[in-house]
Design a protein around this ligand. Structure first.
Ligand code: MMA
Ligand code: CA
Length: 228
């Protein structure tokens, strides 16, 4: 009995000691943790500042780039627009130098060729040519193709397949034998292209394209006598 009590007292004391030790260790851990956090903060805060600074620089850089690109674009646009204005003015002045109704013509071989600059669709152009005693141009030889090609004009010629798709005929009713089509032409784009035009750019012997007959264009007339 006495031994048992003794044992109890001893184990009670032991427990008290263990608890005290545990409490002190806990205190140590808490204070170590606090120190660590404080110390970590002294490292982290400069890094945070750097990250913030980097982000600000990034934003700034992209704004500066955007501004430069926009300025350059605006200035190029302005340059282009002013070129267009000048060219338009020049064209209008040149147009005005040729009074309406004045026809310039060229002789070549046994034909007279003249260009009507008032843009009309294919039928109207043909009528204009006929009014002047001719008809839309018919090309019978490579030599004639080269001669007209050298005049560098985008204009209707007397060639159409509007009666039957793919059957190209000259205005005198004869069938086309040798054509000077651009590569890929005639392609009857969108199924609406039945009249032939010269397309001077880029320069090539094969210079014809088929386009919509309703599109306005200049035209080349041909006649056996000077235009009336
Ligand atoms: C393209 C090409 C031609 C067609 C025109 C119509 C620019 O060239 O498809 O064959 O006649 O378009 O505008
Ligand atoms: Ca075409």
């Amino acid at each position: 009995m006495v031994e048992e009590i003794y044992d109890d007292v001893v184990s009670f004391e032991l427990n008290i000691n263990v608890k005290a030790e545990k409490d002190s260790l806990t205190q140590t851990v808490i204070s170590l943790r606090a120190n660590f956090t404080a110390e970590a903060e002294t490292f982290l805060s400069p890094i945070r500042n750097l990250i913030e600074e980097r982000d600000q620089l990034r934003d700034h850089t992209s704004t500066v780039t955007d501004i430069n690109v926009k300025a350059e674009k605006d200035s190029l646009t302005e340059t282009l627009l002013s070129h267009i204005r000048n060219l338009t003015e020049e064209r209008d002045q040149l147009r005005n130098q040729t009074p309406t109704g004045t026809v310039t013509w060229l002789t070549h071989g046994s034909s007279f060729y003249y260009r009507l600059e008032r843009t009309k669709n294919w039928n109207e152009s043909r009528q204009e040519c006929q009014k002047k005693g001719g008809d839309l141009l018919i090309i019978n030889s490579k030599e004639e193709q080269e001669f007209i090609n050298n005049q560098s004009i985008n204009a209707w010629i007397g060639l159409t397949d509007k009666e039957k798709e793919g059957e190209w005929k000259w205005v005198d009713g004869s069938a086309l034998t040798t054509g000077y089509w651009r590569s890929g032409e005639p392609n009857n784009a969108n199924g609406v292209e039945h009249c032939a035009v010269f397309l001077v750019f880029p320069p090539a012997l094969n210079s014809w394209n088929d386009i919509n007959c309703m599109q306005p264009s200049d035209c080349i007339c041909e006649s056996t006598k000077p235009p009336s």
